[in-house]
Design a binder for this molecule. Structure first.
Ligand code: ADP
Ligand code: MG
Length: 707
């Protein structure tokens, strides 16, 4: 055994990947399985039995005792139920290991405890999980390294076929964009590609805090974020954490995270400190989008598990600490053909350039037409603290193209041909080449929600805890829609080149309002965007209705991604999720303020008053003005705290008693959240007055700077 880590050796060692399949399946079975994976052909039961058996043997060698259909219900997390590989005991009392093709392909699951938004009537509680054979199965070992479970990525549906998860619509949207993108490339003379797949690279931000301190912060424990907390003397203003040297404790943690992820076949690639103190980032190499979505879930789970081992807590909330940056997830998205062509790569020939420019304008069209929907895809309770709240990125959807590309578009709009600003070559829509859009020349603007970054789009709105599935579903579908419209026109055109030229010009002209290269955080942009008529949706509750507009329903039904009923159920679930989350936050504040903060402040005030009296008694010439002022100030703040607390209790009770749904969510947003803020304000000021030893929980300074 070597005592250093060899990435190549351990990478994917716990994954039932292609090489394991080739090794363990007969050529015939392997080929049939490949046809299912590549072309979606139905798998014969007999073949499934063989695959299941091979999978079981392989997993048992890795120490697995159970298998689990692993799925992503609409709770944001993953779900699993373990079944042992055992048959019913024989008459001799012995069992044998068993795992059938049927058990691999389909699992039955009681759906009644997962959110269904009214899709599942209570009498029909069954749901089923169906194997997603395009995302490989894997074995996860427990902390001892001895026990293990075989995980089978699955989609989760109601018994009548409605999607109850993220994966089902994601797979449907992949089919939609595949079909339209193939139509598109065929028009440009591509006869070789058989499949177009969206790729996703999900960069993950997170915080790490010391676990002992974390456990003393009940707000973090219950809600994932701090509900109280005065700013420490130092925040992130010095920018000394971003890309700073990684401290040893964190480096050891990262090493273990990488090792776990590599074994699971997750290509963890980049790690660095982020902008806020105690904040970090991990980025894997991009993958086919459903695999990337699964991998991102594994990344989040692994970060948490490994942190636990290091007596750290990984905090994935979008805004764990007020006053410093929150965490997000960048969804890097592109379209790749099965023969390795990235359609968002500008390409080297004029022909490729024109296809690229048209695709680019199709993306602009897609995003402009469905900006509200894209915004909604990133709507999440925690993200309300980031989007539109003076932090990356703003709530207004815009596309950053970089100066060069914007210049090309402007020229196309104005003259119908473009002269590259860098090479001064004439681009006569199809005659000469575009400049090479070096990555550096495109994106260094970090303020746009959607940025073109050389050969992909980077959607920066997703919340750190959220699945990347929702935004990927929307990107896949809206781009499929724009491509299908373009193909409808081009397939009928007599003069193809002219039609392409006209379409580019039309789309660029009609949708130029969505392009913005300036500072997305500025007030000027908010005003400018309003003048352009771009939506500015500040909160999750205001975003949800866009899931069920006629426009959205029509879009998703056209491509079979969601039915109207599925969309309505998702909207219901989101309202409920919002209400529940805010309710937990409000109840946690009430609990902490009543049981910990107010008693601590009273203790402080009492000791202050006692000492004032003692000083006065001992020596009446010594003044106690400062103590008296502090006494008054803290007493006043205590009154404010108590008043806000009483109001919060009232409001939270009213909210909890309301019928679930939109109105309840709106009540939480408009009536409960503001009172939570007015409870926090006096408490944070009190924290700056009361003795540190008397304050009932670790401060921001303790949490952020002492990891
Ligand atoms: P940046 O520094 O601009 O954020 P990186 O090169 O570090 O960009 O990549 C960020 C993420 O984007 C990584 O996960 C990377 O694998 C992913 N990525 C790179 N190229 C593509 C692509 N063509 N499609 C999707 N994701 C990509
Ligand atoms: Mg990035």
């Amino acid at each position: 055994m070597r005592d250093f880590l060899d990435v190549a050796e351990i990478f994917g060692e716990n994954v039932f990947n292609d090489s394991v399949m080739q090794e363990r399946l007969t050529e015939e079975v392997y080929k049939e399985l490949q046809r299912t994976i590549q072309e979606g052909k139905e798998l014969q039961r007999s073949t499934a039995d063989v695959v299941a058996n091979a999978m079981k043997e392989w997993a048992i060698e890795k120490g697995a005792t159970h298998y689990s259909h692993w799925f992503q219900p609409l709770t944001g997390a993953t779900a699993e139920k373990h079944d042992a590989f055992i048959s019913a005991p024989h008459t001799d009392g012995k069992v044998i290991s068993e795992f059938s093709g049927k058990a691999l392909i389909k699992g039955e699951s009681d759906a009644s405890s997962f959110p269904s938004g009214g899709l599942r009537a209570t009498f029909e509680a069954r749901g089923y999980t169906a194997w997603d054979c395009t995302s490989p199965a894997f074995v996860k070992k427990d902390a001892t390294g001895k026990g293990a479970i075989l995980y089978i990525p699955t989609a989760f549906c109601s018994y009548t076929g409605e999607a109850l998860d993220q994966k089902t619509p994601l797979l449907r949207s992949m089919e939609a964009v595949d079909k339209q993108a193939l139509r598109f490339v065929r028009l440009f003379g591509n006869t070789t590609s058989q499949k177009v797949t969206p790729s996703v690279g999900a960069e993950q931000e997170y915080f790490l805090v010391d676990r002992d301190k974390y456990l003393k912060r009940k707000d973090l424990v219950f809600t994932g974020r701090t509900l109280f907390g005065a700013m420490p003397p130092k925040g992130q203003e010095l920018d000394d954490h971003y890309f700073g040297a990684i401290r040893e404790r964190i480096a050891l943690f990262m090493k273990d995270v990488n090792e776990e992820l590599w074994k699971l076949g997750v290509a963890a690639k980049t790690q660095h400190n982020e902008a806020a103190p105690a904040q970090h980032e991990l980025a894997p190499i991009y993958a086919q989008c459903n695999v990337a979505v699964d991998h991102n879930q594994l990344v989040m789970e692994t970060l948490k598990q490994v942190a636990y081992r290091h007596n750290l807590q990984c905090v994935l909330h979008e805004k764990p600490f007020a006053g410093v940056n929150g965490s997000g997830k960048h969804n890097n998205w592109s379209l790749t053909t099965d023969d390795g062509i990235n359609l968002l790569d500008p390409g080297k020939t004029p022909h490729q350039n024109i296809q690229f420019i048209l695709l680019l304008t199709c993306v602009l069209r897609a995003v402009d037409k469905h900006a509200e929907l894209l915004r909604e895809s990133a709507a999440d309770v925690g993200n309300d603290h980031r989007l539109g709240a003076n932090e990356a990125p703003p709530a207004i959807i815009s596309v950053y193209l970089g100066a060069q590309l914007e210049d090309v578009l402007t020229q196309l709009i104005n003259t119908g041909s473009a002269t590259s600003s860098i090479k001064r070559e004439k681009l006569d829509t199809g005659v000469r080449t575009l400049p090479d859009f070096a990555k550096d020349a495109t994106d260094r603007n970090r303020t746009a929600p959607l940025a073109f970054t050389g050969n992909k789009f980077e959607f920066r709105m997703v919340g750190s805890r959220d699945s990347v599935a929702a935004s990927t579903i929307v990107l896949n579908t809206i781009v499929a829609d724009a491509l299908s419209e373009a193909c409808d026109v081009l397939e009928k055109a007599d003069n193809f080149d002219l039609a392409v030229h006209d379409l580019i010009k039309k789309y660029a002209y009609e949708h130029q309002r969505i392009v913005f290269n300036g500072n997305g955080y500025s007030q000027e942009w908010v005003e400018e965007a309003a003048r352009r008529g771009l939506p500015n949706i500040g909160t999750m509750v205001e975003a949800i209705p866009h899931l069920v507009t006629d426009k959205t329903v029509k879009l998703f039904e056209k491509f079979g991604v969601f039915t109207k009923a599925e969309l309505e159920s998702r909207a219901e679930i989101k309202y409920e999720t919002y209400a529940k989350a805010i309710n937990i936050e409000a109840r946690s504040m009430i609990d902490i303020a009543s049981k910990h903060i107010i008693p601590a402040v009273i203790k402080y005030i009492t000791s202050l008053a006692t000492s004032i009296n003692q000083v006065k008694e001992a020596c009446d010439v010594v003044t106690v003005d400062v103590q008296t002022e502090l006494l008054k100030e803290s007493s006043d703040l205590l009154t404010d705290t108590r008043n806000a607390l009483v109001t919060l209790i009232e409001k939270a009770d009213t909210a909890s008693a309301m019928k679930r749904g939109k109105e309840q969510a709106e009540f939480y947003l408009k009536e409960v959240v503001p009172v939570m803020n007015s409870l926090r304000a006096p408490v944070d000021r009190l924290e700056m007055i009361v003795n540190k030893e008397m304050w009932p929980m670790p401060s921001y300074g303790d949490l952020l700077f002492e990891v």
